[in-house]
Write a protein that binds this ligand. Structure first.
Ligand code: GAR
Length: 189
């Protein structure tokens, strides 16, 4: 069965949607590792509660991205995933790391890419007066929030929206999109 590692930085709600879809048999894959770049990532306890192994590689303990990623690579060699899913992982990965995982690393980004790469996507959509916002899942390449798009979902922007209300509406779609995309993706491997 396809082995999946999920990288998180925070609450891990997307990670939970992926793990639950794998553990219910909806996705023909197995969550072998949840890795966070900070010990306070709330998703760690949610992963543990689901019986998924967790590891923390605190980026603040490494002098540069290369040594941070070398430790991640060492840990991955213990869990031997086939695919990495970035799920709210808020560290930029080097071209060296992304090249190693080319075609096997997915990311979820809370905008309709190619719009609004980077941070503050919802506020930027509001500032632009967009009628629609949404979420994208794409293959990770060396370029930030770039790479072939595997799926998107759209939501309306409402007149009374704040960045928070829009983020909450998009997040509901994130939790449907990422499992859908991963289910189809593992079938192609
Ligand atoms: C999600 O909205 C995800 O799309 C976003 O962070 C949130 C993580 O929430 N990712 C990015 O902004 C990546 N640049 P979660 O920890 O509850 O899944």
């Amino acid at each position: 069965m396809t082995r999946i590692a999920i990288f998180i930085s925070g609450g891990g709600s997307n990670m939970v949607s992926l793990v639950d879809a794998m553990q219910s048999g909806e996705i023909d894959a197995e969550p072998v590792l949840v890795l966070a770049n900070t010990a306070d990532a709330g998703g760690l306890v949610k992963a543990q509660a689901r019986g998924v192994a967790t590891e923390v590689v605190d980026h603040r303990k490494y002098s540069d991205r290369a040594s941070f990623e070398a430790e991640i690579t060492r840990i991955l060699s213990e869990y031997v995933p086939d695919v990495i899913c970035l799920a709210g992982f808020m560290r930029v990965l080097t071209g060296e790391f992304t090249a190693k995982w080319e075609g096997r690393m997915l990311n979820i980004h809370p905008s309709l890419l190619p719009n609004y790469k980077g941070l503050n996507t919802h506020q930027r959509a509001l500032d632009a007066g967009d009628a629609e916002a949404g979420v994208s899942v794409h293959l990770v390449t060396a370029e930030l929030d770039d790479g072939p798009i595997l799926g998107q979902r759209r939501v309306p922007v409402l007149p009374e929206d704040t960045a928070e209300s829009l983020a909450a509406r998009v997040l509901i779609e994130e939790h449907k999109l990422y499992p859908d995309v991963l289910r189809d993706f593992v079938k192609t491997l």
